[in-house]
Unconditional design. Sequence first.
Length: 131
Amino acid sequence: MFKCVKASLAIATLSLIAAPIAHAGVEDALQNICTIVKADDKAELRKKMKAVETDYRLKLQDYYNGISCGGDSLIRHAFVNNAVEAGTLLIKKMPKSQLNAPETDGQTLRAWVSDKGLMDTPLAAVLNERI
Protein backbone atom coordinates (compact mmCIF):
# COMPACT_ATOMS: atom_id res chain seq x y z
CA MET A 1 0.00 0.00 0.00
CA PHE A 2 2.86 2.36 0.76
CA LYS A 3 4.17 1.93 -2.80
CA CYS A 4 0.74 2.83 -4.21
CA VAL A 5 0.56 6.03 -2.13
CA LYS A 6 4.13 6.90 -3.06
CA ALA A 7 3.38 6.37 -6.76
CA SER A 8 0.21 8.48 -6.50
CA LEU A 9 2.14 11.31 -4.87
CA ALA A 10 4.79 11.13 -7.57
CA ILE A 11 2.16 11.30 -10.32
CA ALA A 12 0.36 14.19 -8.62
CA THR A 13 3.61 16.10 -8.21
CA LEU A 14 4.59 15.56 -11.84
CA SER A 15 1.19 16.73 -13.06
CA LEU A 16 1.51 19.93 -11.02
CA ILE A 17 4.97 20.56 -12.41
CA ALA A 18 3.97 19.81 -16.01
CA ALA A 19 0.74 21.86 -15.98
CA PRO A 20 2.43 25.29 -16.18
CA ILE A 21 4.76 24.03 -18.89
CA ALA A 22 1.82 22.82 -20.99
CA HIS A 23 -0.02 26.10 -20.41
CA ALA A 24 3.04 28.09 -21.50
CA GLY A 25 3.35 25.87 -24.57
CA VAL A 26 -0.22 26.63 -25.64
CA GLU A 27 0.39 30.34 -25.15
CA ASP A 28 3.51 30.12 -27.29
CA ALA A 29 1.64 28.16 -29.94
CA LEU A 30 -1.13 30.78 -30.09
CA GLN A 31 1.18 33.78 -29.80
CA ASN A 32 0.69 35.24 -33.28
CA ILE A 33 -2.88 34.12 -33.94
CA CYS A 34 -4.20 37.71 -33.78
CA THR A 35 -1.71 38.74 -36.48
CA ILE A 36 -2.78 35.78 -38.62
CA VAL A 37 -6.46 36.74 -38.30
CA LYS A 38 -5.71 40.40 -39.04
CA ALA A 39 -3.79 39.39 -42.18
CA ASP A 40 -6.80 37.27 -43.21
CA ASP A 41 -4.50 34.30 -43.78
CA LYS A 42 -6.95 31.41 -43.74
CA ALA A 43 -4.35 28.76 -44.60
CA GLU A 44 -2.01 29.85 -41.79
CA LEU A 45 -4.91 30.09 -39.34
CA ARG A 46 -6.07 26.60 -40.24
CA LYS A 47 -2.50 25.33 -39.77
CA LYS A 48 -2.21 27.06 -36.37
CA MET A 49 -5.54 25.68 -35.18
CA LYS A 50 -4.66 22.17 -36.36
CA ALA A 51 -1.32 22.31 -34.54
CA VAL A 52 -3.00 23.36 -31.28
CA GLU A 53 -5.64 20.67 -31.70
CA THR A 54 -3.04 18.00 -32.40
CA ASP A 55 -0.35 19.04 -29.90
CA TYR A 56 -2.58 20.10 -26.99
CA ARG A 57 -5.87 18.35 -27.78
CA LEU A 58 -7.73 21.65 -27.67
CA LYS A 59 -10.55 22.75 -29.93
CA LEU A 60 -11.25 26.38 -30.79
CA GLN A 61 -13.94 26.72 -28.11
CA ASP A 62 -11.40 25.57 -25.49
CA TYR A 63 -9.07 28.54 -26.00
CA TYR A 64 -11.27 31.14 -27.74
CA ASN A 65 -12.24 33.03 -24.57
CA GLY A 66 -8.63 33.16 -23.39
CA ILE A 67 -7.42 35.11 -26.42
CA SER A 68 -7.74 38.86 -26.68
CA CYS A 69 -6.65 40.80 -29.76
CA GLY A 70 -6.47 44.39 -28.61
CA GLY A 71 -9.43 43.76 -26.33
CA ASP A 72 -11.48 41.92 -28.96
CA SER A 73 -12.18 38.22 -29.36
CA LEU A 74 -10.80 36.49 -32.45
CA ILE A 75 -14.06 36.78 -34.38
CA ARG A 76 -14.55 40.42 -33.41
CA HIS A 77 -10.94 41.03 -34.46
CA ALA A 78 -11.78 39.49 -37.84
CA PHE A 79 -14.79 41.82 -38.18
CA VAL A 80 -12.79 44.94 -37.28
CA ASN A 81 -10.08 44.05 -39.78
CA ASN A 82 -12.45 42.89 -42.55
CA ALA A 83 -10.77 39.47 -42.43
CA VAL A 84 -13.53 37.59 -44.22
CA GLU A 85 -11.66 34.33 -44.92
CA ALA A 86 -10.20 33.95 -41.42
CA GLY A 87 -13.43 35.11 -39.81
CA THR A 88 -15.47 32.64 -41.83
CA LEU A 89 -13.21 29.79 -40.72
CA LEU A 90 -13.56 30.84 -37.06
CA ILE A 91 -17.35 31.17 -37.30
CA LYS A 92 -17.68 27.76 -38.95
CA LYS A 93 -15.42 26.06 -36.38
CA MET A 94 -17.17 27.60 -33.37
CA PRO A 95 -20.19 25.78 -31.91
CA LYS A 96 -23.46 27.64 -32.50
CA SER A 97 -24.12 27.75 -28.77
CA GLN A 98 -20.89 29.66 -28.20
CA LEU A 99 -21.58 32.02 -31.09
CA ASN A 100 -24.84 32.93 -29.35
CA ALA A 101 -23.30 33.20 -25.87
CA PRO A 102 -22.32 36.56 -24.37
CA GLU A 103 -18.62 37.37 -24.61
CA THR A 104 -16.56 38.92 -21.81
CA ASP A 105 -18.29 42.31 -22.13
CA GLY A 106 -21.72 40.69 -21.78
CA GLN A 107 -22.70 41.23 -25.43
CA THR A 108 -23.37 38.44 -27.85
CA LEU A 109 -21.41 38.49 -31.06
CA ARG A 110 -24.49 39.39 -33.08
CA ALA A 111 -25.40 42.29 -30.75
CA TRP A 112 -21.83 43.59 -30.95
CA VAL A 113 -21.85 43.38 -34.77
CA SER A 114 -25.13 45.29 -34.84
CA ASP A 115 -23.89 47.96 -32.41
CA LYS A 116 -20.75 48.49 -34.53
CA GLY A 117 -22.82 48.88 -37.72
CA LEU A 118 -21.25 45.82 -39.32
CA MET A 119 -24.43 43.91 -40.18
CA ASP A 120 -24.03 44.62 -43.92
CA THR A 121 -20.58 43.02 -44.15
CA PRO A 122 -19.89 39.66 -45.82
CA LEU A 123 -18.73 38.25 -42.49
CA ALA A 124 -22.03 39.22 -40.84
CA ALA A 125 -23.84 37.25 -43.54
CA VAL A 126 -21.76 34.19 -42.64
CA LEU A 127 -22.52 34.71 -38.94
CA ASN A 128 -26.24 35.16 -39.52
CA GLU A 129 -26.40 32.07 -41.70
CA ARG A 130 -24.57 30.03 -39.06
CA ILE A 131 -26.71 31.11 -36.10
